[in-house]
Design a protein around this ligand. Sequence first.
Ligand code: CU
Length: 191
Amino acid sequence: MWWLLAMVMSDAGMVMNANSDTLPRGCDAISRDYEFSIEGGRAHAAGHPGLIFGLSQHELRVEPCSRLTVSFSNLDQVRHQWMVHGLPKYLYPGGMFHIEANGGATMTGTFIVPGDDRTYLLHCDMAQHMEKGMKGQLVVGRGSGDLWSVKGQSDAFVRDDYLPASVPRWSLFMVFLGAVLVFTASRLRRR
Ligand SMILES: [Cu+2]
């Protein structure tokens, strides 16, 4: 079980809870091998008001019992992470698989997903980075529904509803309507 606590650390960053050969319960074999190259950084928030950071891919869809090798490239100078939550704790301490890449670095790690249909949170855990755009979802099989506030996939939990462009026109109309009502009412009283 030595690999359970395995943590690869280097100048470029670290990989925690890598698992390339132990099958989750209920999996008879590795169903498929995936390789993903994912970038994280400010460049991937461009054009999305309110976001500062982003991922090149905010949703990954994979088959149950598949093995994912993820190369995570950090395009910024600050640290970024690519972290999956909710994995089985008997296999991944804390339920996590975690890649951290220092500024400008790329780190690669492998893990195996369980066999049930489920949607897992993936994010960067640096303070405020998830809230500022580094949030995604890993959909295994049919998944278990979209997470909220995943860029390009789902709506924000609290949506910033800026006033629509027609508000000034409607305001003027309501003021006019009010004036007409007051005028009419005063005419009626005078009779
Ligand atoms: Cu980050």
